[in-house]
Design a protein. Structure first.
Length: 186
């Protein structure tokens, strides 16, 4: 599928996800399961920095050195874009509106977009050299998306936006790296 169709479809899903924000959050307030609490809290404790360090080691282990520059660019863009958008939008987290259990001291007005999902989805491009790893990482990304909504940290639209942002940042990073490579050899 051409990338433009992917992004058009993703933006349509993002816009539709706003309609489901409150019903989905309300559903998870009323449907709690102990082992999902444990898994989701574990995922909550993993920071984006860890994912980028993991990916760096992974790329080196699988001799994917050409992807290190795009990875570093993606990391820088992830840090800047995610925090900038969170500050500008200052969207309250769902747990402030619904009766979710507290996870401690958290920026209550930093819901949009999900940083965890942005970091996780930005890794997808780096797994494209191996279908097995790629599909495993899609599963990991969906699990992270679910856990962020389940804990009341994000609305559905926050995680969909995080997915689009993360994938887009890595796409952009590969595009920049490719341009730098062509410019360097002219």
């Amino acid at each position: 599928m051409k990338k433009i169709y992917f992004y058009i479809t993703a933006i349509i899903i993002f816009l539709l996800s706003f309609l489901l924000d409150n019903p989905v959050a309300s559903f998870f307030v009323n449907h709690r399961i102990g082992f999902l609490d444990t898994i989701s809290i574990f995922i909550h404790s993993i920071e984006g920095y860890f994912l980028f360090a993991f990916m760096l080691i992974f790329l080196l282990a699988f001799k994917q050195k050409k992807k290190i520059i795009p990875l570093l660019l993606t990391f820088i863009l992830y840090l800047g874009a995610t925090q900038f958008i969170k500050i500008v939008t200052a969207r309250p987290r769902p747990f402030t509106k619904f009766n979710f259990d507290s996870l401690g001291s958290i920026d209550i007005n930093r819901s949009f977009p999900s940083g965890h999902v942005t970091a996780t989805s930005s890794m997808l491009r780096f797994f494209e050299f191996n279908n097995i790893f790629f599909y495993i990482w899609i599963f990991v990304t969906i699990l992270v998306m679910f856990s962020r909504i389940y804990l009341g940290m994000h609305y559905l639209s926050d995680v969909v936006a995080g997915f689009i942002l993360g994938y887009g940042l890595s796409d952009f990073s590969f595009w920049i790296a490719d341009g730098l490579k062509r410019w360097k050899f002219k």
